[in-house]
Design a protein around this ligand. Structure first.
Ligand code: SAM
Length: 215
């Protein structure tokens, strides 16, 4: 997916993947972590899940290439923020919350970031936003940024890929097990076809959302 695909999508207000509520399985299953632990949220968009994670006492870092997402996140949640340039990338820092959003391509960020490793990962609609050929690189980038035994959660989708073009892409369970060998356990599996009209229009009859614990 070209960078311009996502930037155009934000500019045209087509952020249909955004949820107006916190991900239900996040609230149910997020593993308790010590206050002050860091959590990495790749491809974060303007997800409200970042606010929920921060309320659990975590230091949240989102990485997002579309600056408009960060702008909308702050405006829609009435959050005061500052913007600074760190290492040649823009960083949105909330003034009253432990949340920062780094405006960058996630792959470039992982390559150049040599700071402390993150304690945990929260991936909703990030892995599934990427085509199959770069998903391995994406997981390698996550691993580079994370500590040796990261905690966290992943939310993924599975459906017959031949019936619909992504994003969102289907990431079969087998592929997930290959990408994160021995590290994932399934927390929940829900039918979410109603939430994606384009899947119904494509003739898909089952769209499963999986929630995974990373351990
Ligand atoms: C499907 S959306 C999911 C957003 C968010 N995780 C959520 O749950 O609402 C994918 C997001 O990733 C961003 N994105 C796509 N490719 C990226 C990349 N290589 N680096 C950083 N952000 C990227 C897009 O701009 C978009 O906001």
């Amino acid at each position: 997916m070209e960078t311009s695909f996502w930037v155009d999508l934000w500019r045209e207000g087509r952020s249909g993947f955004h949820q107006a509520i916190v991900q239900e399985s996040l609230e149910r299953f997020w593993p308790a972590l010590p206050v002050g632990s860091s959590v990495l949220v790749p491809l974060c968009g303007k997800s409200l899940d970042m606010l929920w994670l921060e309320q659990q006492g975590l230091e949240v870092t989102g990485v997002e290439l579309a600056e408009q997402a960060a702008e909308e996140f702050c405006a829609e949640n009435e959050l005061a923020f500052s913007v600074a340039n760190d290492d040649d990338r823009k960083v949105y820092r909330l003034l009253e919350k432990n949340i920062r959003i780094i405006i960058d391509d996630f792959f470039g960020f992982a390559e150049t970031n040599d700071n402390n490793k993150f304690d945990s990962l929260y991936d909703r609609a990030a892995l599934v936003a990427l085509p199959e050929e770069i998903r391995e690189d994406y997981v390698a980038a996550c691993r580079k940024l994370l500590c040796d035994r990261p905690a966290g959660m992943l939310i993924t989708l599975e459906y017959p890929q031949d019936l619909m073009q992504g994003p969102p892409f289907s990431v079969p369970v087998k592929e997930l097990q290959r990408l994160w060998p021995g590290r994932l356990s399934c927390l929940d599996c829900t039918e979410v076809l109603e939430s994606l009209p384009k899947a119904k229009e494509a003739g898909i009859s089952e769209l499963k959302e999986y929630s995974w614990l990373l351990r």
